[in-house]
Design a protein around this ligand. Structure first.
Ligand code: PLP
Length: 361
């Protein structure tokens, strides 16, 4: 049976990448050892690491005035590292809280920066949960940065346009990086934990405009110092060598699949299929305003919540796994990152249609 894994993270990885990693596990490049067992300072490791960076640069069309860092600590590391690295302690910074993750980032920033201004937050409207329009955000003149989360993984809420703001724009792209084309030059910092759309957990990618590397607080932990890691090519200390390798394999796979343009088309098509099923079927409901619906993480509720366990059990018996919603939201959630093929989305929609017919409201 084919298993389609709808886990929100750590999430499904492309099958061909896992197969290649398995084949190379005991013997990488004919060296008789695995990529985890060699020095990160060896020429062969550095060549692999640089190729991974170059492939990411190609995929995202990252301009030369941006540094790419491969760091420790996943997504949340940067909830602290962003303020410590790019805002003086006496600064004002603006946060947009659109869901669970940006709320945590907002709370964390208060430890490190004098004034953390809540410039906008998502609210309930008649058409569902919505993010206020950018023109209504209460931004601070002279803020050190504006932080937002373009795709809220738990809540399934997304901002599909890049907001135009004066201060450097910082985006937590943990669950949407590489999902569709993006103009990197509009951002000051993009960061992402790897375990949704890139590779193994605990690893993270930071894309930062180089002029922002100049200001960091003295108290920043050296391992988390963006300037130091940029100068050391992310090898100030030993990086997660396995995660870097596996992420590099995912980047190669993405290129071979047609890059982010192809991914974007596929991701929008998968999401459209599922939203159509939800909207056309009174048995299901999604509670996000149509303009803010995520293409990656799609929460939905059953009209009869008492059937949640049965839904999950029958889905799993047909190879559709990890559909249980986040404990904050309840119901179901289907996460469909780059590795999820169109057939996975179709299989889910077919199952949902049959389940709704059997348990009509
Ligand atoms: C998963 C996730 C995080 C947290 O990542 P960790 O690696 O567990 O720290 C942060 N932000 C977003 C948007 C996420 O989806």
């Amino acid at each position: 049976m084919t298993v389609y894994n709808f886990s929100a993270g750590p999430a499904m990885l492309p099958g061909p990448v896992l197969k290649k990693a398995q084949a190379e596990l005991l013997d990488w490049q004919g060296r008789g050892v695995s990529v985890m067992e060699i020095s990160h300072r060896s020429p062969e490791y550095i060549a692999m690491a640089e190729e991974a960076e170059q492939n990411l640069r190609d995929l995202m069309n990252i301009p030369d005035n941006y540094a790419v860092l491969f760091m420790h600590g996943g997504g949340r590391n940067h909830f602290s590292s962003v303020p410590l690295n790019i805002a003086p302690a006496d600064a004002t910074v603006d946060y947009i809280t659109t869901g669970s993750w940006s709320q945590i980032a907002f709370d964390e920033a208060k430890k490190y920066v004098a004034k953390v201004n809540l410039a906008a937050h998502s609210e309930d409207t008649e058409q569902g949960k919505a993010i206020p329009l950018v023109g209504d955000w209460k931004l601070t003149d002279g803020a050190a940065y504006v932080h937002y989360c373009p795709n809220e993984t738990v809540d399934g809420i997304a901002l599909h346009q890049v907001p135009q703001v004066k201060a450097p724009l910082v985006a937590d792209m943990s669950s949407v990086i590489l999902a569709e084309p993006l103009d990197v030059s509009k951002f000051g910092v993009i960061y992402a934990g790897a375990q949704k759309n890139i590779g193994p957990s605990g690893f993270s990618v930071v894309i930062i405009r180089k002029d922002l590397l100049a200001t960091q607080q003295n108290s920043v932990c050296t391992v988390m110092n963006y300037q130091v890691q940029a100068a050391e090519r992310s090898m100030y200390n030993t990086p997660n060598t396995w995660a870097w390798y596996l992420s590099g394999e995912v980047f190669k796979w993405l290129k071979a699949e047609g890059g982010v343009a192809a991914m974007g088309e596929r991701n929008h098509a998968k999401a459209a299929l599922l939203y159509e099923c939800i909207d056309n079927n009174p048995f299901y409901r999604n509670q996000v305003h149509p303009r803010n619906r995520s293409i990656m993480n799609i929460p939905f509720q059953l009209a009869k919540p008492e059937l949640d366990p049965l839904f999950l059990e029958q889905a799993a018996s047909q190879g559709l796994v990890a559909l249980k919603g986040h404990r904050f939201v309840g119901g179901m959630r289907a996460s469909m990152y780059n590795a999820m093929p169109m057939q996975g989305a179709r299989a889910l929609v077919d199952f949902m249609t049959r389940f709704a017919q059997q348990h009509r409201v």
